[in-house]
Ligand binder design. Structure first.
Ligand code: NDP
Length: 274
């Protein structure tokens, strides 16, 4: 049996085993994909044991993405720019790291009819996922990428890494002064997972804005409600989750699954959970 896994903490909620089982069934690829709970201290040893047991590939999520990058013998260009990986590929007895969040995000935007080239985009957050999204947006040729993060030094350092004339940084506390006219607003914060939530000015969006929250389910609800109340179209990040998984699947198996039925299955699952 070909062994794959997703590592993280917490991990029991992960939809990845369900997604990869569905991709495998669709393409007739037999695989065993499990969720393995591990914190930072035990990660290196747990991953080594997984490799000894025949593990061929893994996904990595919070809080392990930077640690996973450090454990890789080789990595892709897009992973090096992010400084983190969400995909590990076993190659010649060592791990090769990749980051598929950026391409997953762009592919899902395309499903919504959004082509970021030439657009003015506001990115909220400067954590690991925001970093992958920011590089993808700059590569896609946005006209302006404005980044705002609660801790200003992180957005400043992300802007420095992006090193592009199109990137500007805004103070989190002064979001109301960034003005209107954003064509795309991306929420890459994890605020929806906590109780505090985001206090965003209504002036950021109007009927011409498309808002995207990387999180999904309950965690995306407040942001999507805020966006729609301002007249904007809005989506959660379920499509990105499936697309980044499809890209990982392609790294391991060389085959591209059809993401639409898998996303529809997960949407029904989330709707049933309420
Ligand atoms: P990180 O922990 O790396 O970053 C968290 C970010 O959220 C930081 O910018 C942090 O700001 C900000 N933040 C947290 N709480 C608040 C708050 N109350 N108010 C304002 N800002 C806040 O997380 P990730 O980047 O890995 O993940 C971010 C989100 O993206 C999560 O919801 C995650 O589930 C989602 N995600 C979705 C994926 C998908 O495929 N759909 C893939 C990867 C992530 P500060 O720096 O100031 O602490």
């Amino acid at each position: 049996m070909n062994r794959y896994a997703v590592f993280g903490q917490p991990i029991s909620h992960s939809l990845s085993p369900r997604i990869h089982a569905a991709f495998g069934a669709q393409l007739g690829i037999v695989l065993d994909y499990r969720a393995i709970e591990t914190g930072r201290d035990a990660f290196s040893a747990t991953l080594a044991a997984f490799a000894r047991d025949g593990g061929l590939g893994a996904n990595v999520t919070l809080p392990l993405k930077e640690d996973a990058f450090a454990l890789c013998a080789t990595s892709t260009e897009r992973a090096r720019r992010c400084g983190s990986v969400n995909t590990l590929i076993r190659e010649a007895g060592a791990w090769r790291g990749d980051s598929t969040d950026g391409i997953g995000f762009l592919r899902d935007l395309a499903h919504h009819g959004i082509e970021p080239h030439g657009q003015r985009v506001l990115l909220l957050g400067a954590g690991g996922a925001a970093r992958a999204v920011a590089f993808a947006l700059v590569d896609a040729g946005v006209r302006e990428l404005a980044i705002a993060n609660r801790r200003h030094e992180r957005s400043a350092s992300l802007a420095e890494a992006l090193d592009a004339d199109t990137v500007v940084v805004h103070e989190w506390a002064a979001l109301d002064r960034t003005g209107a006219g954003w064509q795309v607003v991306v929420n890459a914060t994890s605020a929806g997972h906590g109780s505090a939530g985001l206090q965003l000015p209504a002036t950021l969006v109007d009927a011409r804005t498309f808002c995207y929250d990387l999180s999904y389910g309950h965690a995306a609800r407040a942001f999507l409600d805020w966006a729609r109340a301002g007249g904007a179209a809005a989506s959660d990040g379920l499509g990105m989750l499936v697309e980044q998984a499809a890209e990982s699947f392609h790294c391991w198996h060389g085959a591209q699954p059809d993401t639409a039925p898998v996303q529809a299955d997960l949407r029904a699952l989330l709707d049933a959970r309420g």
